[in-house]
Design a protein around this ligand. Structure first.
Ligand code: MBD
Ligand code: FE
Length: 280
């Protein structure tokens, strides 16, 4: 059976709607629009999407715009970009190094800078103290001197500074930049983060529920690691004993990024070395 999509009329419509019949416009963009529209048109026909459903979707996207940064990881798109970059590296023979994983939408530029070590949290009166340290290394295991480690994570309620709906956190709480020395060592003291959840009843939450999913992440800590002559690394580590460690709504968990967590009577410790890949 032939589809309406395949008809000459609709094929011509797509051609014109994507600007492919115009000499102006960006050729690459037109091809991408053509393919996106093709997928959308075919999906609508295949599932007999009604006009009501279409406008419901359009209105959803309109309202969801402040949360699009959460929806992109939630639908696996941000992780997919990582998978593509991993695959491209493999093809070029680039191996080794700490695996990348998604940045997410909650990074803020300009965190306080310190040398070698940092205290992450403004207040330490609640939660478990977390000490994390390690070495920035090259792929031969030698320390990389003068690296920049940027760290950000949530607080004990799963909220990030600058995005805290309660307004209870100062700017740059749990956000630091650590400049390492010749030994490549970094170290910080913080308060154990709790996993993030998307705003209750917000667009992302409703989207996830419509798919029978949740909008929560295991407790995690974000990193950018940079040094001259090496590739910028965007990654995260997970807190090993979080029940959602293999059930992240953003799909960022990777086996190599779940360091052992050591708990003593008064604090938790993580030792984790980052391995940087040289620029090619
Ligand atoms: C986060 O804290 C996060 O890291 C990602 C990827 C998405 C939502 C919240
Ligand atoms: Fe996060």
């Amino acid at each position: 059976m032939t589809t309406v999509f395949e008809s000459k009329h609709v094929q011509d419509l797509l051609h014109r709607a994507s600007g492919k019949d115009q000499k102006d416009g960006d050729p690459r963009f037109k091809e991408i629009m053509y393919d996106l529209l093709s997928g959308l048109f075919q999906t609508i026909e295949k599932h007999n999407v009604t006009e009501d459903e279409l406008w419901k979707a359009v209105n959803f996207i309109g309202e969801a715009s402040p949360e699009l940064g959460l929806i992109v990881p939630g639908i696996g798109l941000e992780h997919y970009m990582d998978v593509l970059m991993d695959e491209a590296d493999k093809k070029q023979g680039i191996t080794g190094g700490t695996p990348r994983t998604i940045e997410g939408p909650l990074y803020v530029e300009g965190a306080p800078l310190s040398q070698g070590e940092a205290v992450m949290s403004d207040k330490e009166d609640d939660g478990e103290v977390l000490m994390m340290e390690g070495v920035i290394k090259d792929t031969d295991g030698n320390p990389v001197p003068n690296a920049m480690v940027e760290v950000w994570h949530a607080d004990t309620r799963g909220f990030y500074s600058h995005f805290d709906p309660t307004g209870l956190q100062a700017d740059f709480n749990n956000r630091r930049r650590i400049q390492t020395g010749a030994d490549g060592k970094y170290k910080f003291r913080s308060i154990m983060p709790v996993g993030y959840s998307v705003p209750p009843n917000g667009s992302t939450d409703r989207l996830m529920k419509a798919m029978g999913r949740h909008g929560s992440r295991p407790a995690h800590i974000h990193f950018f690691v940079q040094a001259e002559g090496y590739r910028h690394l965007t990654t995260q580590i997970n807190i090993a004993d979080d029940p959602l460690v293999y059930d992240d709504f953003a799909y960022a968990t990777r086996e190599e990024l779940i360091p052992e967590l050591n708990r003593t009577s008064d604090h938790a410790e993580i030792n984790f070395d980052f391995e940087l890949v040289p620029n090619s």
